[in-house]
Write a protein of this length. Sequence first.
Length: 968
Amino acid sequence: MLREFAPPELYIHPVDHYSNSASSAPFVLHRSNQGCQSNVSSQIVCTSSLSWIPPQSTNLTEKTLLPTSFREAYGQYKYLIEEEVSDLPSKFQNIVEQYLLCKDLETHAEAYCIVCGIGLDLYNYIGSQLITILSEYGNVLEATRLFYRLHDPDAFAWGAFISGYTSNGQENLAINLYYQMIQTNVEPNSHIFRVVLKACANALALLDGWEIHSHIIFSDRDSNIFVCSALLDMYMKCHRLEDARGVFEDMPEHDSVTWSTLLAGYASQDLGHEVLDLFCQMKKGGISPTPVTFISVLKACSSISSLEEGQITHSSLIEHGYEDNIYLGNSLIDMYSKCGLFEHAQIVFNRLHVRDVGSWNAMIGSCALHGRLDEGIYLFEKMQDEGVKPMIITYVNVLKAIADGAALDVGRTVHSSAIMDGIESDVFVGSMLVHVYVHCGSLEEAYAIFNNIPSPNAVTWGTIICGYAEHGLGTEALLLSKKMQENGVEIDQGLLVAVLKASESSSCLTQGQSFHALAVEWDMQHDELVGNALISMYATCGNLDDAINLFNKRPHRSTMAWNALISGLASQSPDYVHGREALTAFWQMIQVVQPNEITYMSILKVCSNLCALNQGNMIHAHLIEGGLRWELKVGNALIAMYLKCGNLEYASCVANTLPSWDIVTFNTVIEGFGRSGLVKQALHLFDEMLRNNIEPNDSTFISILSACSHDGLVEKGHEFFELMKLHGIGPKIDHYDLMVDLIGRAGYLNEAEDFLETMPLTTDFVGWMAMLTHCNRLVNVDIGRRSFSVLVKMDPSNASSYVLMSNLYADAGMLEDAEKLDNIRKSTNGAIKKPGKAFIEIGNKVHEFSVGCRGQDLSGPVYAKLQELRSQLKQNGYKPHINMAQGRSSKEEESMLWEHCEKIAIAFGLINTAEGSTLRVSKNLRVCSDCHDATKAISKVEKREIFIVDTYRVHHFVGGQCSCQDCY
DNA sequence: CTAGGGTTAG
């Protein structure tokens, strides 16, 4: 296939051409570090008007004798013409050659003009060299013009031309030129083959590579060591190990370069062991390694994380006297870093006599890998102080460190310096910036960056979609996923993981299934990460069968796969639908693989949700048994679990053994104390936290505000609400909702309503629900009605607002209104009450109960116990909370109350545990007022301590009283 | 005419 190429230009007389080229400066430079092209053109202009001084010497055969200026040489040339010396161009050629060998811009420019001026550029040899030089300066256009002025380009000229296109990133045009050359009957020589194979290697043009390989065999040059090296390299770059190996085996001899080419190929495909094997063979064959060989060997050591091999290689390269090679220094930094020895990387870096940008990149990359944010930033600044300009990869590395350290402020600083360098919209830098802002929780800034990247790739899309999904903005994540598909982004594994997370985060099974189909279409469903994301998505979206099916089909079940299953099952909060399955899976998992901190965090969360203290205890014991020094995160999860189960002693035991407390520890304990009604202690901890110089974050204020709310501390709540602003934290909707709850709980309904209506954010369902709850409690029909109408507009399908309002009417004696509302709920909008569920752990088993326990295999004794309690409690002053609105008899109503899942769970617990032992029940909704009163009475009659943990707080019942003091 | 292989990577 030949493509139309630029037609040859007409031959222009040298003198005419001279004036032409003077106006169109040929050295339009793209090289970043060479700046002053204005001098060049001015010089070109004055060149033409100079009068030439006759030379001092006419001995032009002396190659070493280089005139001080090219103009002087031109004078010699004129002199030679006058003297009518024969073989003139070849004499002048020597001078041209000398000049072209100098690598400075001004000489080149000057020589170029003069050479063109006298027509020497039309000689193949000089023309070829000029083409090479022009290409080096990135001026492909002028190189092309020059090439087409040549009368009869030879292979050398074609070679220069083809190689110029290759080095300027136009490999496909370069390959076409090769075919064009064959058509003009120029026989390709080994130089041409090398040059065109290089183009194929860069462009990964395997088909052309194969074709050219056949030309090479045909032309009998397949034993040329240079040609074979190029072939080898081409096959390696195209990932054709077999073909490359074939070329290598068939070669008549191997030298250090062919070996290095082979090793580099294996190293680039992360085949570390193969590289090390081949390296041994190479040495056995008596070939001495070069610095380039060592680069591949070091890369191999890091790819197999073998510090031992790395150190052997290090001493070996010192023996060979390559210690000061900068490439090797940089590779050593990388090797030590990837083999886990950050300090060694630092030593190598500090010992480098000369540092290039690669040295800084390797060291900053090492900081990023080892979480050394401060050092990374320091180096990033220092390199610039030393005049080394950061590259894209430098930014990528330093931003990675910043993202891992969630250092928002530093992130912004580096961001602005990326803007100064004009690369903030580069797709690599931009993707990393998106990642930084996502990881720091600033999604607005992340999205702004994302929007600014002209051609986002799969990674960019994946980062922003994951960002939204992981911050609970599933709907937004899904919208972006669809936009991504419309934009026709090429799908990769990471992107599939992202869109599956988006589906998971928005609990959208149908979307998840369609992305599953997409994964199958791209044949990526077997990829480890995609597979795990699928399992997690199905488990989270409640499709247990598919989750387990996919999990069982996995040939190899890694810790990650188990985590996907367990965290998926665990994440069904607040319904805890599959919490019990998650526990089963966990105990199976530890038989076969080692859990990690993610496993423990998910499973401890399950124990918290189910109030499964025994299970939690066993997992704690398992952790201690494993002898692992667990991460703070796991410690925090343990504390949270014990607090949620109402076991403050164990919680404080764990808290006291932690070597240090981080912000999560403080937040967890403050939240837990508040939940258990230990508000004074929670407030005290907040002060303690400040004294420890730990800056509170927005979660801290969630915890502290809800603690205030639990104790009705309105004043304190307002104080904290103002304090958070002083700490630079803008209150979010959750904080406003908590304030509404706090003010309402204290009985100031009007103030609470004012607060809602004047807040600067858009109100949400939670806030108005808090409002209606307190109206209900204080029987305020007026405000209650207004709240209800807002709630119905927001979410007509949510039954909880109807139920609350109906109860409010009933309590206010407005039975007709109550009944009307119930009928509307049942008939028109189909709003369904969320089914209540209660869990109780007996021994090591967690039992689940729902209202009326339909479908539960309950033995007679539980009902017998319920009947017994019913009559016992009545004698002890318990009055059933009968809602008169339902149109049923009070007897029926009372029976229904005794079908509540909390009561069944308690009855089940009472008959299945020893007398006097503590019961712990968890509830997926708030405990109802009737069950609350009944449990108070049960705790007295049965002489039991009972905990009911609901979504709001820990209720601790002892001797007829509850720790919440009926404030719930 | 001359020659090849390469560090840092979302």
